[in-house]
Every structure is written in C-alpha cells, then in structure tokens.
Write a protein of this length. Structure first.
Length: 78
C-alpha cells in the first residue's frame, strides 16, 4: 500500500466582516489601574459613561483602555 499526499498552497485575504449576518462591532472600557471592565456595548457612549461612574467610585483611577471587538472574515483568493 502506498501513501500519496497532495499539497495545495492557497493565498488568503482578510478584511472586516461587513456581511449582513456579521456580528456587530462592540466597545468596552477597561481600567488600567485595577483591570475592571465595562460591559461590552454596540453603543460606544455606554462604556465611556462607565468610566465616569468607575472614576467616581475610585478617584485615583485615571487611566483606561478602549477595547474594540470587530468581526473579520478570511477566505482563499481565487
């Protein structure tokens, strides 16, 4: 019995997923001091409001990160 392998090299392409069924882009903010994060939201203003609430409870927390989750899709080039 012999074994035969076929190797196929494909070139891929990648871009943000803008298809109608794509997941929505979501936003969150994370405190760089304690690591606590806002809930993700499709409205970027909601996590920004969380920053003011969090900063009000923790007056020494001045540094934050924005976390953006954006769907992407990859496929083989023809």
């Amino acid at each position: 019995m012999s074994t035969r392998a076929v190797v196929c090299h494909k070139e891929w392409t990648l871009q943000p997923d803008r298809e109608p069924d794509a997941e929505p882009t979501s936003y969150a903010m994370q405190c760089a001091v304690c690591g606590e994060s806002s809930p993700p939201s499709t409205d970027f203003a909601a996590p920004q409001t969380w920053v003011f609430e969090h900063g009000g409870r923790h007056p020494s927390h001045h540094t934050y990160r924005e976390i953006i989750t954006r769907p992407w899709r990859a496929w083989w080039k023809p």
